[in-house]
Structure formats: C-alpha cells, structure tokens
Design a protein around this ligand. Structure first.
Ligand SMILES: Cc1cc2nc3c(=O)[nH]c(=O)nc-3n(C[C@H](O)[C@H](O)[C@H](O)COP(=O)(O)O)c2cc1C
Length: 205
C-alpha cells in the first residue's frame, strides 16, 4: 500500500489555498465499511502514526489539543476483548452487548479518540466538537489510504469500567473508536439526505 503523504509543514510555512478535485471526488463517494467486515491487513505502525498526524490537523479553538489517541491492536486488544466479554455477560442487555463486541474484536486496528476537556475559556462544547472533527478526519484519512474504516461507540465507550479496560482515563470521554482494516466486501451506498430540505436562508430576525 505505502502511499506517500507529505510531511508536516514547518511552523509558519505558507500553505496556499488550492483546489483539490481529488478530495472532492473522494468526498462525493466516501463510505464507511462495516466494522464486522474488517480484517487484516490493517495499517502499519508508520501508517497509524501518519493517520493520527493527519487527524490532529483539525480546527481547535484555543489550540488546546483537547483529544488523545489510544491505539488498540494485537494481543493487547485481544485481552481487552476478553475482559469486555465478561462485562457484557453481566449486563442487562447481555446478548446485544456481547454481539456488539464483534466490531471490537474483528478489525485489526482500533484507534480510540478521547475527548479531554482542557481548563480555561474555551467552551466544553467547542472542545467536544473538535474531537468529533478528529474522528471524521481520521475516518476519511484511513479510507483515503485505502482501508475500510468505521466510527463506532457502542456500550463500552460509555460504561466507566469498560472505558478503564481500554485505557480511557477517568473524566475523559470516548468521542469514537475508529476501526480500520481491509473490508471483506465493498460497502453499499446507504440512505443520504436530500440536503435541499435541510437548508434555509434566514432573513435578519
Ligand atoms: C458519534 C458516532 C457514533 C457511532 N456509533 C455507532 C455504533 O456504536 N454502532 C454503529 O453501528 N454505528 C455507529 N455509528 C454510525 C457508523 O459510523 C455508520 O456506519 C456510519 O454512520 C456510516 O455512514 P458513512 O458511510 O457516511 O460514514 C456512529 C456514528 C457516529 C457519528
């Protein structure tokens, strides 16, 4: 695979605003792959680092970097899946919670994007939105690299004991877990909104 990605620009380097037709074509057809369809190969360590570097280039009011990345893969991820399976069995929604773990277990790589609110003047809402932007960018970057990817939360993103199993610090929130791998089959287009119905042009109130 090994796609060349430009290095991080130098601080203060001019970055001309240019049309990027390939990006528009990508956005016009991008689609998440089912997490259950994802198998190896997944991104290499170098590709994961590149994906996270790209994902961290999002708008971020106050330059607080209010997000962290937990890379879950290999034996560590398998051990987490075993612990989560025990927790799932003890839940009131045990069958559903257990079934949901397939999405955690099967993909070779999962990158958990954590929203960590930083103290100061920047509203929490804006810091959370920035974490969402990180998830979107990571999803798109992984797809643009040729991998299948899906943004999932599921019960283990909000259950405090489960969050601890995957390495989320108390007080941090999971913005999303981006599962990445090679899809067993091409995803099919899903329902999309007629955006005309979502747009209005308000007059001054
Ligand atoms: C914050 C967030 C959390 C999500 N959590 C789940 C989830 O837990 N389970 C699930 O099946 N889909 C979840 N989804 C939806 C998947 O990402 C879904 O496959 C995706 O919306 C497909 O759309 P796309 O092809 O336009 O990317 C979530 C989406 C978002 C934005």
């Amino acid at each position: 695979m090994a796609i060349d990605v430009p290095a991080q620009p130098e601080f203060g380097e001019p970055l001309p605003v240019e049309a990027a037709p390939e990006v528009l074509a990508f956005l016009a057809r991008r689609r998440s792959a089912s997490a259950l369809s994802l198998r190896g190969p997944g991104p290499s360590a170098g590709e994961i680092e590149t994906l996270i570097r790209l994902a961290a280039r999002v708008p971020d009011h106050g330059k607080l970097f209010p997000w962290r990345f937990l890379v879950l893969e290999g034996e560590a991820k398998a051990a987490m899946a075993e612990k989560l399976a025990v927790m799932a069995k003890n839940r009131t929604d045990a069958p559903k919670a257990t079934a949901a773990l397939g999405k955690f277990s099967l993909p070779p790589v999962a990158i958990c994007v954590v929203s960590r609110i930083m103290p100061g003047d920047i509203p929490e809402w804006e810091q959370v939105l920035s974490a969402g932007a990180v998830c979107s960018t990571l999803l798109n970057a992984a797809s643009a690299m040729g991998y299948g990817a899906n943004w999932i939360t599921d019960w283990y993103s909000t259950d405090e004991a489960a969050k601890a199993v995957i390495g989320v610090r108390p007080g941090d929130r999971v913005a999303g877990i981006i599962y990445i791998g090679t899809p067993a089959e091409a995803p099919l287009e899903r329902v999309r909104p007629e955006v005309g119905r979502l747009i209005s042009r308000p007059e001054a109130g």
